[in-house]
Design a protein around this ligand. Sequence first.
Ligand SMILES: *Cc1c(COP(=O)(O)O)cnc(C)c1O
Length: 399
Amino acid sequence: MAKESLAEQVKLAIGRVVRPDGDEFVALHEPRFDGREQEYVTECISTGWVSSVGAFVDRFEKELAEVCGVQRAVATSNGTSALHICLLLAGVEVGDEVIVPTLTFVATANAVCYAGAIPHLADSEETSLGLDAVKLAAHLAQIAEKRDGGCFNQETGRKISALVPMHTFGHPVDLDALMRVAREWSIPLVEDAAESLGSYYRGTHTGGFGLVNALSFNGNKIITTGGGGAILTNDEELADRAKHLTTTAKRPHRWKFEHDMIGYNYRMPNLNAALGVAQLEQLPEFLERKRRLASHYADVFAKIDGVKFVREPDGTRSNYWLCPLLLDRGLEPELEAVLEATNDVGLMTRPVWDPMHRLSMFSDCPSMDLSVAENLAERLISIPSGSSCGQPSSEIVDS
Ligand SMILES: *Cc1c(COP(=O)(O)O)cnc(C)c1O
């Protein structure tokens, strides 16, 4: 019996899960506004508090810190600006190196450059899709030395001043192992938790393990403020400095403009925070819906040879922000066919990002062997993952 091609099987399986009886376009990830968004945004407009100060900013920061189980959250204009400030607060200086996964969204590496530092690109592993701590430890043992209380790259002479793991598609990276490496080499840890709001590592919310950590609320993230981000920390003093740096470094005064350093205009407008408060109220429901979708996907893909649905790593709870499919090794040539077959019928799928070392501006960055990340990039496919996906329509109306 002639079997359907892999691309055909994947297309049918996704269709079965996300649109059992229709043929409407299904986006990769759509925002959902079923809560009090209109009410809160209208409140900003009718009170005139739309811009950089306002009650919703304070409320969003307080509620976000609670949800993430950290002492403090500082809202910012976007996730990239949050990362930039995190790096400055971790002590990254001009001419330093910062370890980032080569398999990440470009913003992680860009933020390193905003701080005047150089990305040092590291490989990933297949379970979490994030930084490989074992390989990183071996690499540092080869190239690094500890002196003056810090870690230095002997090959370039530069200080390695931060380690920035990223929780790929919401799957938490192996934080215990990475924290051990960071401690051993005296490198401050900063989590790029832009994709992992609602994800837990051994029972603790991601974004609370590093010294300072970044979230994003861009339009495609699990909750959105239109555009926005946040800095999370358990250190009150660092939080105060984050607030100061992101608000033009203005000292509190009733009428005077007193700025005591070069600050940034990275604050989140009240209008966006209003949207954020409403979205945060729905986070538990979004997470539940995404878990149900992920479990559907896991079921249908378990029956297809050649591809697997990447589940959350043991000991973690993923937010399943974007559901990842991984082709078996050897099936890399099928990637394009799968992307084409699905997108052709209005089921949006995407490959993962090009690894950073493949981009012209980062091609000369210091790095280690990056073969696993390179291979993952040839096999990973993101499939429709919005929290409205795969739910019977009656349920959407009722809830
Ligand atoms: C979305 C994202 C960012 C940046 O967030 P913006 O709000 O778009 O600036 C940073 N890192 C990762 C991994 C992301 O996915």
